[in-house]
Design a protein around this ligand. Structure first.
Ligand code: ADP
Ligand code: MG
Ligand code: MG
Length: 198
């Protein structure tokens, strides 16, 4: 997979997050501190500004990850940054599904989230699993990414009834029930943009 696809992915993700900034902030105002949209938008604007068109796919994503880690305060920026960084570190040497898994592993190492903690993990893990399954079944890349996007959407919607167990939302305990997780919502945009870039 060539660098142009990942360049397009990052730009499209940044554009979608900018379009949804207010929605992301509204979700974070319900169970957090109302900065998720601004955090991600600021970080991704910096990512787009720093894209080097002359590097391979791996370094392109790794640089994006480092930019997110260094420009975004709060939980999600460094977690998305770790995802891109770990993915970028292996992307040029392994199948795409394996690189996605490395990114997810990085998010788990850094944030310690498990399934149903009501975090970005709950959308990201099913999306990565969908790509792995699609690869094992021999599906085309567009079909794999369509399945991943659907899995992220489903995982995100499934955060609504959960009690948050990680991050700021966990301070609310039972009062976090009934709200969709902001970070999981951003993951739906991540896979929607990936799908549209292929
Ligand atoms: P902050 O909570 O520091 O203000 P953001 O508002 O930008 O940061 O991001 C909040 C999102 O970060 C949550 O909606 C959740 O998806 C994600 N998050 C928080 N803590 C963790 C964690 N330990 N593991 C995975 N995701 C997390
Ligand atoms: Mg916040
Ligand atoms: Mg914050």
């Amino acid at each position: 997979m060539n660098a142009a696809l990942f360049d397009a992915w990052l730009r499209s993700f940044a554009r979608l997050v900018a379009e949804h900034e207010d929605e992301l902030t509204r979700l974070d105002s319900a169970i957090g501190d109302a900065d998720h949209g601004a955090n991600m938008n600021r970080g991704l604007a910096a990512v787009v500004g720093a894209i080097d068109p002359n590097v391979a796919a791996g370094p392109l994503l790794a640089n994006a990850g480092m930019t997110l880690i260094s420009t975004v305060g709060g939980a999600a920026g460094p977690l998305f940054g770790t995802f891109f960084l770990r993915m970028g570190n292996v992307l040029d040497d392994v199948p795409f599904a394996t690189a996605l898994r490395a990114g997810l592993d990085g998010v788990v190492q850094r944030g310690k989230a498990e399934a149903n903690d009501k975090t970005m993990y709950d959308a990201l893990a099913p999306a990565v699993e969908a790509v792995e399954k699609a690869a094992a079944d021999g599906l085309s890349l567009p079909d794999a990414l369509a399945a991943a996007s659907a899995a992220a959407d489903e995982g995100c919607a499934a955060t609504i009834p959960l009690v948050a167990r990680k991050g700021r939302a966990s301070y609310l305990g039972e009062r976090s029930v009934g709200h969709q997780d902001p970070g999981a919502t951003t993951v739906t945009l991540l896979f929607r943009s990936l799908r549209s870039s292929c």
